[in-house]
Design a protein around this ligand. Sequence first.
Ligand code: MN
Length: 302
Amino acid sequence: MNAIPPHRHHPQARYRSVFISDTHLGTRGCRAEFLADFLKSVSCENLFLVGDIIDGWRLKRSWFWDKHHDEVLRLVLKAARAGTNVVYVPGNHDEMLRKYLPLGIEICGVKLQMEAEHITAEGKRLLITHGDSFDSVVRHARILALLGDWAYTMALTLNRYFNIVRTRLGYPYWSLSAWLKLQVKEAVKAIDRFETALADDAKQRGFDGVVCGHIHHAEMRMVNGVMYLNDGDWVESCSALVEHQDGRLELVDWVARNKLSMLARPAPRMNPAKSAVVQAVTAELAAVPCERDPARAVSASL
Ligand SMILES: [Mn+2]
């Protein structure tokens, strides 16, 4: 008898470091259930949150919260309490946290930093940054993620009917597949530009590698002599970057590793105001001096 699904009881893996980004907690797209499972399955000395972790902090009406989102936040704060070095580098979706950065603050044991640096057990110096400062080079990149195999096949079928109608109306054939292929080619080029821009920046600044997220495309490769390490996301894919005790780096594809289905299993929405962990974070944020606008606070004191 096998009462417990196989992905529920993996033995805890002990990593030196874990890097995750683009979890987009607070939105429906976040695969918080899988992320909670992943976090429960690991323990680590360093946990780097590489941006777009929380999508707004209860600012938007559409802020989405359920028990899985709550559990993820609880697990992160629990790790910080238990002694894990938790560093949060905000991205563009959680940039409301960036205004706190000049203050060098810690919220519930989580250190907030604009960028971070990490030295692996092998002595490699890694720059940790979300990556949105290189946005100008990735305008096409998102289309790759939107264009799964299924959507592509579906689009081609529709295109056949579309062209039957076009031919009947006397218009020439228009190839959707050629257009899609061009889009994919552009997206691939955009991703390559992004990877190169980040790697070159890290190289110029004397780092051996760069850890980032932002484009929701996990990758680990050498670019111009520098390690480009993108830890992926927890919306379209579910991936993390881990550093083993000996400094070896690995990309973990949580869905593929556990043979999970990406089909959503919706949980009832919950009121974040009733969550103890949301209350705790909100209270600490509120207690930060000149929380509203540090720039204005400075000018007011002049
Ligand atoms: Mn981003």
